[in-house]
Design a protein around this ligand. Structure first.
Ligand SMILES: Nc1ncnc2c1ncn2[C@@H]1O[C@H](COP(=O)(O)OP(=O)(O)O)[C@@H](O)[C@H]1O
Ligand SMILES: [Mg+2]
Length: 250
């Protein structure tokens, strides 16, 4: 462990620069673990997600598929965009074999951009097809930035499907990386039993209290830490190791 003991941050194990975090996270992250990023829009969730998943050896599975609303510069380096997923099974088998031979993960992004409300019907169907396919996967990673876009009834309305999927693949060793604004927005399966939490500071007391419960740390400690942190700094909780660290913006 390369955590630096820090006298300044009561309760935290230490702090990392962003690069140190990326290296340490990729080192600690085990295949099949679930990770959730919490923070309001603009904090840098997707940026950090994109950098984490691009670390050497990540993802620790055959590949990954994202469900995201429209292209996001923070994820553009992760594989190729697709109009739908999965491809016919013969094609997929060939792709998987080819990627395995080359030792390169199969990385794809489903990133539809709705132009009118009715587009949500098609997008919902396609996203639901990806979730359904993930049910059968042991060795694949699902990435959903802005999880509430997929789960909210007003958007794709796939909360129940995501809930079922997360519980199921957690048991079978399928990996998930999710990002969301706050715990109350997302299905309970997505925040319980996760191995890694990364949270950005918030002043919302309700959010801090539920983060405290999730992390298992007195919310007042978290509130104090948040007050001492910069806008783009985050807190990383390695739940399995029962440790948490500050992740500096740079
Ligand atoms: N550590 C950082 N330091 C400075 N700017 C950052 C940092 N992380 C992200 N940003 C910038 O903040 C903006 C929002 O980042 P993004 O990852 O899209 O946030 P989110 O997904 O939380 O909405 C982007 O312009 C990004 O370049
Ligand atoms: Mg984002």
């Amino acid at each position: 462990m390369i955590a630096l003991p820090s006298a300044n941050y009561e309760g935290a194990e230490g702090d990392f620069t962003r690069d140190e975090f990326l290296a340490e996270f990729a080192y600690r992250y085990k295949a099949g673990q679930h990770a959730v990023w919490f923070g309001s829009t603009g904090r840098g969730k997707t940026t950090l997600l994109g950098k984490t998943l691009a670390m050497p050896g990540m993802p620790k599975s055959d590949g990954l598929i994202t469900i995201q609303l429209g292209p996001d510069a923070a994820l553009a380096h992760l594989g190729k965009p697709v109009k739908s997923w999965p491809p016919p099974s013969l094609v997929l088998d060939a792709m998987r074999m080819d990627h395995r031979d080359r030792g390169v993960p199969l990385v794809r992004r489903y990133q539809p951009l709705p132009k009118k409300p009715s587009d949500f019907i098609t997008i919902r169907r396609q996203a639901s097809r990806i979730l359904l396919w993930m049910f059968g996967q042991k060795n694949f990673t699902i990435v959903i930035p802005d999880l509430q876009v997929v789960t909210d009834p007003g958007m794709m309305g796939l909360g129940k499907e995501v809930d079922q999927l997360i519980i199921t693949i957690r048991k079978r060793g399928g990996a998930a990386f999710l990002d969301a604004h706050a715990p109350r927005w997302i299905p309970s399966s997505c925040k319980d039993n996760v191995q890694h939490l990364v949270v950005w500071p918030t002043r919302n007391e309700d959010a801090i209290k539920s983060l405290g419960r999730l992390i298992g740390v007195d919310w007042r400690i978290i509130s104090n830490l948040f007050r001492s942190m910069h806008y783009h700094d985050a807190l990383w909780v390695d739940v399995t190791a029962d440790e948490f660290f500050i992740v500096r913006r740079k």
